[in-house]
Design a protein around this ligand. Structure first.
Ligand SMILES: [Zn+2]
Ligand SMILES: [Zn+2]
Length: 263
C-alpha cells in the first residue's frame, strides 16, 4: 500500500501499489488526481504512531473483511458508551455483532432489530435526550448493509457527535483499532502444535469465550496457550492486557481461525 496527500485538501490518500499512475477524484475536494509514481509506501510506524484514527481507518478499510469492519462499528458504539444505560440499544448492538458472523441471517436480524427498536421507544413526541437520539442513530449505522460504510459512519459519529472529549475520543478510537486489527504490518503466526495441544483445547476455550462474551477469561486462555507451548509474547500480552476486549479482538480471532488439526 502507498500513501500521499491530496494537493488540494491535504487529505491522506491510501492506495494499493498497483494503482500508481491511475486517476481518481478526491472524495473531499472533488479534484481530479493521479496516484503519483513516487508515493511513499505505508509502514508499521504510520499505523502505530503517525496516522490519526481516521487515517488508520482509511488504511484498514482497504484490507479488512466485512466482518471485521462491522465489529469495528459495534466497538465504536460501545466505546462511546451509547448503549450503557439503554438495554434496548445494547440488544441492538448484540444483534449487529451476530450479523457480522451470520450475514445470511440478515433479514431475520433486521426484523428483530426493527422490533427491538419499536418496543422500548417512548410515546410519540416524548422528548428524548439528544445523546440518546445520537446514540440511536449511531447504533443504526452499524447495521448499514455495506460494512465499510458502517465503520465510517460510526467513526464519524464518534469523532463529531461524541467528541466532547475530542482527544480522549481519538485515543480511544486508536485503542479500538489496535484491539480489532493489532498491527496489520506484522501478522502473528502461531506454532501449529499449540492449536493441536490437548485435542484442540485452546480453540474450544476461545470459542466459548467468544460465544459468551466472557472476555474477562482471556488471561486464562493465555495461560493455556503458554502451557501449549506458545512463545508469541505479543499475543500472550494482548490476551492478558487489562483493557476492554470485544468481539473482533485480533488475538482471539487468531485462535478462532487457525485450524486445530494435529501437526
Ligand atoms: Zn482533496
Ligand atoms: Zn483484545
Amino acid at each position: 500500500m502507498i500513501q500521499f496527500h491530496c494537493p488540494c485538501c491535504a487529505t491522506l490518500m491510501i492506495f494499493p501499489r498497483t494503482k500508481m499512475g491511475t486517476s481518481f477524484y478526491c472524495p473531499r475536494s472533488g479534484a481530479r488526481l493521479t496516484v503519483p509514481d513516487h508515493a511513499r509506501i505505508c509502514h508499521s510506524e504510520d499505523w502505530l504512531e503517525r496516522w490519526t484514527p481516521w487515517e488508520m481507518l482509511v488504511f484498514i478499510t482497504r484490507l479488512a473483511t466485512g466482518r471485521k469492519l462491522r465489529l469495528l462499528a459495534c466497538g465504536c458504539c460501545r466505546l462511546c458508551g451509547v448503549a450503557d444505560d439503554l438495554p434496548e440499544l445494547a440488544a441492538l448492538l448484540q444483534l449487529t455483532e451476530h450479523l457480522a458472523d451470520q450475514e445470511e441471517c440478515r433479514a431475520d436480524l433486521l426484523a428483530a432489530h426493527a422490533r427491538v427498536s419499536r418496543t422500548e421507544r417512548g410515546p410519540p413526541g416524548d422528548a428524548e435526550g439528544w445523546l440518546t437520539q445520537a446514540g440511536r442513530a449511531m447504533v443504526r449505522c452499524t447495521m448499514l448493509s455495506d460494512a465499510r460504510l458502517a465503520a465510517g459512519a460510526t467513526f464519524h459519529h464518534a469523532l463529531h457527535t461524541h467528541g466532547t472529549l475530542r482527544s480522549a475520543t481519538r485515543e480511544k478510537l486508536r485503542g479500538l483499532l489496535f484491539e480489532i486489527f493489532g498491527n496489520p504490518f506484522t501478522p502473528v503466526a502461531l506454532e501449529p502444535a499449540c492449536m493441536a495441544w490437548q485435542g484442540g483445547k485452546v480453540r474450544t476455550m476461545a470459542q466459548q469465550i467468544y460465544a459468551e462474551r466472557a472476555f474477562r477469561e482471556l488471561p486464562i486462555l493465555a495461560d493455556a496457550l503458554e502451557e501449549a507451548g506458545c512463545e508469541q509474547a505479543g499475543l500472550l500480552a494482548h490476551l492478558r492486557a487489562a483493557q476492554t476486549h470485544l468481539r473482533g479482538c485480533w488475538a482471539l480471532d487468531l485462535l478462532l481461525t487457525l485450524p486445530a488439526q494435529t501437526v
